[in-house]
Write a protein that binds this ligand. Structure first.
Ligand SMILES: Cc1cc2nc3c(=O)[nH]c(=O)nc-3n(C[C@H](O)[C@H](O)[C@H](O)COP(=O)(O)OP(=O)(O)OC[C@H]3O[C@@H](n4cnc5c(N)ncnc54)[C@H](O)[C@@H]3O)c2cc1C
Length: 460
């Protein structure tokens, strides 16, 4: 018999339903709850499993300890308290050397085309602003978390009528969701950003608040510390298979650092394997492939002595190339997605500098004339968790194995949405439905319905 979720039915936040207002109420209650939990932190810490110890069973197993997996673990424990349910995060590389979360550029914006993505960004921004209350580990000698949330906004540019109409349509959706965004004519942009070339532009869309960038590593670090204090077990192990029967799965096979394969029994299992989520799904052997794969993206750091100043937003050129400031001292980071034909080989994370010289620099120098004179100082590559059908999150129960929950495929906007994605996963497990933001249109079932794909137009 699989173990049951102990005392889940007594879950204290049951009354909150379907709105950001409810989310705020939930947050307050969970904060009070959090204080009680913190008082018994030390007991929990002593009892937590070590990173090498593989438990025989766990109420919830989460595959992947990046931001999405860690956020799901956080909400599950934050809502239920220590001892109520056991949550184990399986992570094959606790240094996160190839994880998408730690290699991302940490951008957050409300300027999406779909309502769900806008609402998730607003939720994250509120969470980030109150990060100390959410993720502080009390009674410890650690400093309260600081994400270095820099709210300089995004400036997204359109260079033709069609792109301008698309910005206008998205703007209406964003405003109806409560985002503070403003459409700007080229003359207005020139006034506000004198360093910008605007004579070939039709329109711009600028985020007035809650947009910018933060440090994803600091968020992951804070989540992991808080999770451990709540009794979440992080185990270094690689998932290598599942034990399934028709329509059901309740064991996962994992390989520990000594190469031994062991089994863990679970009630729920969350696939939070980021770019490798498609591979993990394949191990189930079912007939529902998950359209998520790693796609390599480069980030270049360059110096420009007389570039845009400290009020520089994250700018997205009509040709898809983006840049933003990186700290002080005239440093910037930039990137851009290749075309399908240019997609680089994913075997290694080696950087191709010719992509910068040939594809990005001419576009940057056209948009900001000061960027004619720059020096590339550094670069790195990471993998997007790319959903190759509609570039949007896939969340919800697996159609064949309902014990498995997807939380994958954000395609380049997963760090900013990890907190609400994790919350949604916890609601599915504890309440069997969404209570804060309704993400049901992002379920796997959309791929089984004609015309059901949920394209996010604003992906860079
Ligand atoms: C260059 C770049 C820039 C980006 N910029 C942004 C941005 O500005 N804003 C934004 O919101 N998003 C951005 N993203 C996207 C974002 O990083 C991802 O959407 C997000 O980090 C996904 O989080 P995750 O936890 O699902 O995946 P990950 O962080 O990749 O975590 C998945 C984890 O699963 C583990 N794992 C995989 N398979 C197994 C297995 N079999 N067994 C055990 N463990 C396993 C991996 O080791 C990994 O640590 C960017 C990504 C890149 C690469």
């Amino acid at each position: 018999m699989p173990p049951s979720l102990s005392k889940v039915t007594t879950f204290a936040l049951r009354g909150c339903r379907h709105s950001l207002f409810s989310a705020a109420k939930c947050t307050n209650i969970s904060r009070q709850f959090g204080t009680i939990i913190d008082k018994i932190d030390n007991i929990v810490k002593r009892g937590r499993a070590s990173e090498c110890e593989i438990p025989r069973q766990s109420d919830v197993v989460i595959i992947g300890g990046g931001l999405v997996g860690s956020a799901a673990a956080f909400w599950l424990k934050q809502k239920t308290g220590p001892g109520e349910i056991s949550v184990t995060v399986l992570e094959r590389d606790l240094q996160y050397t190839r994880a998408s979360s730690t290699l991302s550029v940490g951008g957050i914006r409300q300027q999406f085309s779909s309502e769900e993505n806008i609402l998730m960004s607003l939720f994250s921004a509120d969470f980030f602003e109150n990060i100390k209350e959410h993720l502080c580990v009390y009674d410890s000698d650690q400093d309260p978390p600081d994400l270095q949330f820099n709210q300089n906004g995004y400036l997204i540019l359109a260079a033709d009528q069609k792109a301008a109409v698309s910005l206008e349509e998205a703007n209406k959706t964003q405003i109806s969701c409560g985002a503070k965004v403003k459409l700007m004519a080229p003359s207005l942009m020139k006034e506000k950003f004198p360093w910008l070339k605007t004579d070939d532009l039709f329109l711009g869309s600028f985020g007035l608040e809650n947009e910018g960038w933060f440090d994803p590593w600091l968020l992951l670090d804070a989540l992991r510390k808080r999770n451990r204090s709540l009794g979440v077990a992080y185990v270094q192990a690689e998932v290598v298979g599942f034990d399934t029967s028709p329509g059901s799965v309740d064991h996962v096979m994992v390989k520990n650092m000594y190469g031994e394969v062991k089994e863990i029994q679970f009630v729920h299992c969350v696939n939070a394997a980021g770019p490798w989520a498609g591979e993990v799904n394949k191990m189930l052997g079912g007939s529902f492939p998950l359209p998520v794969e790693p796609r390599k993206r480069y980030v270049y750091v360059f110096h420009c002595p007389n570039g845009p100043g400290v009020d520089c937003p994250l700018l997205v050129d009509p040709k898809g190339v983006y840049f933003r400031r990186e700290g002080l001292g005239g440093n910037y980071i930039c990137g851009g997605s290749p075309t399908e034909e240019e997609e680089p080989d994913i075997a290694t994370l080696e950087v191709d500098y010719s992509f910068f010289n040939q594809k990005l620099w001419p576009i940057l120098a056209n948009r900001v004339p000061a960027f004619e004179n720059i020096k590339v100082k550094n670069a790195w590559a990471g993998y997007y968790d790319y959903n190759y059908v509609d570039q949007n999150l896939i969340i919800g129960k697996h159609p064949e194995f309902p014990q498995m929950i997807f939380a994958n495929g954000s395609s380049g906007h997963g760090v900013q949405h990890a907190i609400p994605i994790g919350l949604a996963v916890s609601e599915l497990i504890l309440e069997n439905g969404y209570e804060t933001i309704d993400l049901s249109s992002l379920s796997y079932e959309r791929f089984c319905t004609e015309g059901g794909s949920k394209k996010e137009k604003n992906v860079y």
